[in-house]
Design a protein around this ligand. Structure first.
Ligand SMILES: [Fe+2]
Ligand SMILES: [Fe+2]
Length: 348
């Protein structure tokens, strides 16, 4: 087994991988690294040049800098223009590397022309069920920002079915790859719509929060008036998730007093230790309530509220307020909400 020359490895590290930093979330540096690792692994089953495999894998998506639709062809063009490669490879080898990049698209109906193309195409399939589903959702959020959650759900199902379900257009080229078994696992999830919906919900939520955190930071930075900050933060969260009620209660003596909020009328004062808000304040920790009926001492501000999360807002080692979010559905909140909301309120 030939090792990869150090100068080729460092050229990939220093000159190729950084180019991926500018691409969409599904095609960042970690994607290129995954394809390089998997392609090298698959190449162990064949009599191929490992350096050509590494370079083809490293460069296979560089064409994304030009156009997503034709990026495989652009990658081929870019590879042919890379003068560095001429130091290490013959004209014929560079041609094979370029063709391997051109042939890597899953939607291509024709078989990759060489074993190099087949290995790169196979390595490019990140058939890790969770990753496939997450990338599908990320792509939708990025490219269809006007679409609502149900729209994204439908788009996710359609894409997964067209590409990965039985009879989908994805084709596997290397029987030795572990993709075959994982594809079967993904197909089971695609068939089980309840299971798929659960994965969708979790991923969708985390993606919305990830998008929202920097926005919250930018809006709250430089505003030291707490009420103004709370007002904007409740609006930001409410609009992103369409919760039933999103707002703040401020600590005042031994009670909480209603602060800025979005949603219907609310209780104005909550005693220390009472209800979910007063309990979170007393326990000095966030509380996730999947079903408010089951929470002892729950204060019903509205009969519409079915589940709730309360997150304390700290200032100088003291709780000065709580963020309270209510949902009209059961079990809306989980650890993901707690984690992101705790982070968000530190920006106040
Ligand atoms: Fe690609
Ligand atoms: Fe790729």
């Amino acid at each position: 087994m030939t090792a990869i020359r150090p100068e080729i490895s460092s050229w990939i590290e220093e000159s190729v991988l950084p180019r991926y930093d500018a691409f969409d979330k599904g095609h960042r540096r970690d994607h290129a690294q995954y394809v390089i690792g998997t392609a090298l692994e698959l190449s162990g089953h064949y009599d191929v040049d490992k350096e050509m495999i590494a370079v083809a894998a490293a460069c296979h998506d560089l064409g994304l800098s030009v156009c997503r639709e034709t990026h495989h062809l652009e990658s081929g063009r870019i590879i042919r223009e890379l003068t560095e490669l001429r130091k290490w490879f013959s004209h014929g080898q560079i041609e094979i590397i370029a063709q391997a990049a051109e042939d890597h698209r899953a939607s291509s109906q024709s078989e990759p022309r060489t074993i190099y193309g087949k290995i790169i195409a196979e390595a490019d399939r990140q058939i890790i069920p969770d990753v496939v589903i997450r990338r599908t959702i990320q792509y939708g959020l990025k490219n269809y920002p006007e679409m609502d959650k149900e729209g994204h759900w439908q788009r996710t199902v359609e894409h997964l079915e067209q590409k990965y379900a039985d009879g989908g257009y994805l084709r596997l080229w290397i029987p030795e790859s572990s993709n075959a078994a994982r594809l079967e696992e993904l197909r089971r999830t695609i068939r089980d719509k309840a299971a798929l919906r659960a994965v969708f919900e979790a991923v969708y939520k985390a993606e919305i929060y990830k998008d929202l955190l920097p926005k919250a930071k930018a809006i709250l930075e430089g505003e030291d008036d707490m009420i103004a900050g709370m007002a904007n933060l409740s609006a930001l969260l409410h609009q992103a998730f369409h919760f039933w009620w999103t707002g703040f209660y401020r600590v005042s003596g031994k009670q909480l007093i209603l602060g800025p909020f979005q949603g219907p009328l609310a209780c104005t004062r909550i005693p220390y230790g009472r209800g979910v808000c007063g309990t979170a304040w007393a326990r000095k920790e966030a509380i996730v309530v999947p079903d408010v009926e089951q929470f002892p001492g729950h204060i019903a501000c509205s009969s519409e509220s079915r589940s709730e999360i309360v997150v304390p807002v700290w200032k100088d080692e003291e709780i000065i307020a709580v963020l309270d979010i209510d949902s009209e559905k059961l079990g809306t909140f989980d650890e993901t909400d707690r984690e992101f909301l705790e982070e968000t309120v530190t920006y106040l």
